[in-house]
Design a protein around this ligand. Structure first.
Ligand code: GLY
Ligand code: MN
Ligand code: MN
Length: 434
């Protein structure tokens, strides 16, 4: 049994059962599917890689870990790929017992009857929800004489989210590999980009590199935006030619054994920042470094966000993007025009990883940073190309700089420091291009 699963079981209530489903394949078009990606919680707990599976976890039971999986089927396997089947689920994935997934609906009562607490996350998997509700409906009409369905339903992500937020040494190792692969892909892009290439060509060479180094692919759709495309936060079309004199913003990360990296760099297509580009760049870089310094034990997400707003607003005033007193501009949220996202997020199996941000959401009391947390640090300034109120020289400039930072006992470690971000160093690296 995986260590994570053992730790999860230890945290479940007495006389409870947890139902954790795998992901399903999703149609991309007509009869072809997107490449399969396992559900992160299911992957974290079981390591089982196939779709259409369910883990039933019953603390204290002899069969405390049961897997429902796709059955072996020579015809289906010839067409669509190998399956572990029930035998593989026991032999290779440590399930105490395994059944065919088709048996799950019939067996729900066998797992749930008489339990006080059910751990199940409703509204993630509609088909499974229907099966669970059918079970409860049947129980309701049987009245209490014979029916004892769980009376309390809890969301298991309260436990898995907290667990995933605090990375183990093994997880940090995988995240460092993911970070290294992505960092090297960014360096490659800096070394190869030239005016006239398309955004898509840069994307292709980065993604080929990631796969070549053992990543399963990207952790999210890469954002490769030249010129004013960099001011579109989730620009993923990546199909325009790159122009001499423009900046290129690349937000791309790798996925390695399920773990994401998430890096953004912004650099000149021709290898040399214009003075205007450099002015904005240095403001963002300075804020980014200061926010990394703040990503340490004792600080909170909220504090870091407020700090980034304060520093970026000061920077916007210095650049002439905003006019007025910094404190008034912050109160009026004037910065939102040029900085409209958070300064970072948890990172792990999901790029925007699991785990709550608040200790008390109503009171907006944010969770203090602790060793083992991994966060991104990604301030940015985005000046719309048609923004008449901005100095003309800054219009259409979009800059974000993003690193992945591990909080440690004694400070933090920047997992993505390998890819340079000092403007002079970027220029020196790019000057060596052939
Ligand atoms: N790449 C997504 C993000 O930076 O949050
Ligand atoms: Mn990010
Ligand atoms: Mn990113």
């Amino acid at each position: 049994m995986r260590k994570q699963l053992k730790r999860f079981i230890d945290q479940l209530d007495e006389n409870s059962v947890a139902i954790i489903p795998a992901a399903h394949e999703k149609t991309r078009s007509y009869d072809s599917e997107y490449k399969f990606r396992q559900d992160s919680d299911f992957w974290y707990l079981t390591g089982f890689p196939e779709p259409d599976a369910i883990a039933v976890i019953t603390p204290g039971a002899k069969d405390d870990y049961v897997l429902y999986v796709r059955p072996r089927d020579p015809l289906m396997e010839t067409w669509y790929g190998r399956r572990q089947g029930t035998e593989g689920a026991v032999k290779n994935y440590g399930a105490k017992k395994a059944f065919s997934i088709e048996k799950f609906a019939d067996n729900i009562g066998r797992h749930l009857d008489g339990k006080d607490v059910l751990y199940y996350r409703f509204s993630s998997d509609n088909e499974l929800d229907a099966k669970m509700l059918d079970y409860f409906s049947e129980q309701r009409v049987r009245r209490l004489k014979t029916a004892y369905p769980p009376h309390t339903i809890k969301d298991p992500t309260l436990i898995t989210g907290e667990m995933r937020l605090h990375k183990t040494a093994e997880e940090v190792e995988l995240m460092q590999i993911s970070a290294n692969i992505a960092a090297e892909a960014h360096i490659l892009a800096m070394k190869k980009v030239k005016p006239g290439m398309t955004e898509g060509q840069v994307e292709a060479l980065m993604e080929a590199y990631m796969k070549d180094k053992g990543a399963s692919g990207v952790a999210y759709n890469s954002i490769v935006g030249g010129g004013a495309n960099a001011t579109i936060l989730h620009y993923v079309e990546n199909n325009m030619p790159l122009k001499d004199g423009d900046l290129l913003l690349i937000d791309a990360g790798a996925e390695f054994q399920g773990y994401a990296s998430d890096i953004t760099r912004t650099f000149p297509v021709n290898g040399k920042f214009t003075p205007a580009q450099r002015e904005v760049y240095d403001v963002v870089l300075d804020v980014q470094k200061k926010c990394i310094d703040l990503t340490v034990v004792g600080n909170t997400h909220m504090k870091r966000q407020e700090y980034s707003i304060e520093l970026l607003t000061e920077g916007m005033v210095k650049l002439g993007l905003l006019k007025g007193r910094t404190s008034d501009l912050i109160k009026k949220k004037a910065y939102l025009k040029y900085y409209m996202h958070g300064v970072g997020h948890w990172l792990g199996l999901d790029v925007h990883d699991a785990g709550r941000y608040y200790v008390d959401q109503q009171a907006k009391q944010s969770k203090p940073y602790a060793p083992g947390m991994v966060l991104t640090v990604e301030p940015g300034i985005y000046v719309p190309p048609d923004d008449k109120s901005a100095p003309a020289k800054y219009r259409g400039i979009g800059i974000r700089i993003e690193d992945d930072v591990l909080v440690t006992e004694s400070g933090n470690i920047n997992l993505t420091s390998k890819v340079t971000k000092e403007a002079d160093e970027i220029e020196a690296l790019m000057a060596k291009r052939k």
